[in-house]
Write a protein that binds this ligand. Structure first.
Ligand SMILES: [Ca+2]
Ligand SMILES: [Ca+2]
Length: 119
């Protein structure tokens, strides 16, 4: 059984490397971002409260107050960030990253953005 488990981990690792090497579509990118953001969903209600968001951002070196960013992202003003709001944010980021506008963000484009990014 141990072998099966490690083989599966190996396959998953190979698949994710392949996906990264070939670049990501907006859909991949949004799915990844949603998964990452929802790790901060401490109470598991499927959306991020301002407290959950701030806790998640606490370790990051941003120039802007997380509360200010939250208010900007909470477009329907219900004091939560839901999947649609996160998708909207991610779509904007994707557009910015996709510097050659082929609707695929490659690892190189992401690296280039990271060098210049301050948040
Ligand atoms: Ca939540
Ligand atoms: Ca909201």
């Amino acid at each position: 059984m141990a072998f099966g488990k490690y083989a599966l981990i190996g396959i998953v690792a190979v698949l994710s490397v392949a996906a990264t090497a070939g670049g990501m579509s907006l859909q991949d990118f949004q799915a990844m971002a949603r998964t990452r953001m929802m790790r901060g969903d401490a109470d598991g209600d499927g959306k991020l409260s301002k407290a959950e968001w701030s806790a998640m951002r606490a370790g990051r070196q941003g120039k802007t107050d997380p509360g200010v960013i939250f208010d900007r992202l909470d477009t329907n003003r219900d004091s939560y960030l839901d999947a649609a709001e996160i998708d909207a944010l991610t779509a904007k980021r994707f557009e910015r990253l996709d510097t050659n506008h082929d609707s695929i963000v490659t690892i190189d484009e992401r690296k280039a953005a990271r060098r210049g990014a301050d948040d």
